[in-house]
Design a protein around this ligand. Structure first.
Ligand SMILES: O=C(O)[C@H](O)CO
Length: 391
């Protein structure tokens, strides 16, 4: 709902990809993956520069017929063509769009044409049956960074590559992390409800918040999103702790004033805000359970912008009910959405948003562009900016 509303505001914009010539992908985009791995900030900078200078070439200038382009199967995600209209415009520059409906109606002909599948964010998934019916499939372009919804091993056994969009998601997701932290700390949602309630006799002292400024933030998962959260938190003079599989370089730690905690337990015990920014893998499944929640301060807040299954939700319900921790702010849950009678929805010390970390006009477009660049690289046998490998 929120996504489609946001998207309806999106006006046609100059497109980064010029013509439907598969070789004409802008070199800045074709190569950003390599450099951006080290310096993700670069990408947005360069994106601005190039998109501003790029000439708009509308679909009518396209000489190549859609049928001549490699087929991309769009798994239905809404919109009139099975894909949001504005994403369709971007994709059509380089691909012959085939919706699931078209595929199912004319499977014999369509299945041969399809060389790529575009997956919008983290849904839906791709099963063996679909893979078996696409003999020419070469790449699945996931729009979004998390690929926990895809069976990477099975896909790779079909000789199909999977790509994701780590660069496009980093800033908006880090912004969302800050929004959740601030909203929970200052009890923004309750404040809104009170402000619009018919009862005008309310006293702020009855629902005091806590301060983010100078508080201790513990970031679990210091990849590019985690690091961007740290950059933002520094502006709030927060003390930053982090736990990650690999320690960041000294210069990177110093740039944001982050302190490494080798043991996650130390971070949990010391933090006022614990921020989860890890990928969902078998190792991080229910990473935060009863024991971990018990280590947190009773005044601490848990924020999750990764995946719902990283938290043992039953343990979280109990911790929030018994005030073992102060509050939680979740952009992700398991499942999504939660069943309407789920106990998490009945608590007042929680904020839940419907997985909107990347639901911005800019991010959705940039994710699509990053996914397109990846898919074209695979189809053209060029270096792939962001490929994901099975473990
Ligand atoms: O994985 C991601 O990038 C986000 O969760 C998008 O849905």
């Amino acid at each position: 709902m929120l996504r489609s509303k946001a998207f309806s505001l999106l006006k046609p914009i100059p497109l980064m990809f010029g013509q439907s010539n598969l070789a004409c992908i802008h070199p800045a985009i074709a190569s950003y993956g390599h450099r951006c791995h080290r310096s993700p900030v670069d990408y947005r900078q360069r994106y601005k520069t190039y998109s501003a200078g790029e000439q708009t070439i509308s679909a009518s200038h396209t000489k190549v017929m859609a049928e001549d382009l490699p087929g991309v199967l769009i798994l239905d995600i809404g919109g009139t063509h099975g894909v949001l209209e504005n994403l369709a415009v971007l994709l059509k520059k380089h691909f012959h769009l085939i919706t699931m409906k078209e595929f199912l109606e004319n499977k014999k002909e369509m299945s041969k044409k399809i060389q790529s599948v575009f997956v919008f964010e983290c849904r839906p998934t791709i099963d063996r049956e679909l893979l078996e019916s696409l003999p020419n499939l070469k790449v699945i372009g996931n729009s979004g960074v998390g690929v926990d919804h895809l069976d990477l091993k099975m896909i790779s056994n079909f000789g199909v590559k999977v790509t994701n969009t780590p660069h496009a998601v980093a800033d908006p997701t880090a912004d969302m992390a800050m929004a959740l932290m601030l909203a929970s700390a200052r009890r923004l949602v309750e404040g809104c409800q009170i402000a619009v309630s018919p009862d005008t006799k309310y006293f702020a002292v009855d629902w005091l918040g806590v301060e983010v400024t100078r508080a201790t933030l513990g970031i679990i998962g210091m990849g590019s999103i985690g690091y961007k959260v740290a950059q933002r938190a520094r502006a709030f003079n927060m003390k930053i702790l982090y736990h990650n599989r690999n320690r960041r370089r000294k210069e990177e730690e110093e740039a944001v004033g982050a302190h490494y905690c080798e043991k996650m337990e130390d971070l949990l015990q010391q933090s006022d805000f614990v921020m989860l920014v890890v990928n969902l893998t078998p190792e991080t499944h229910k990473l935060i359970g009863k024991k971990e929640l018990g280590l947190m301060k009773p005044t601490a807040t848990l924020i999750n912008i990764s995946r719902g299954a990283v938290i043992d939700q039953d343990a979280l319900v109990e911790a929030l009910q018994k005030k073992i921790i102060r509050a939680a702010a979740l952009d992700v849950t398991h499942p999504e959405p939660l069943p309407r009678d789920h106990p998490l929805l009945r608590l007042n010390n929680i904020i839940i948003t419907p997985h909107i970390g990347t639901a911005t006009v800019q991010a959705i477009r940039m994710m699509a562009e990053e996914a397109i660049a990846n898919m074209l690289a695979v189809l053209n046998g060029q270096p792939i900016p962001s490929e994901v490998f099975p473990k």
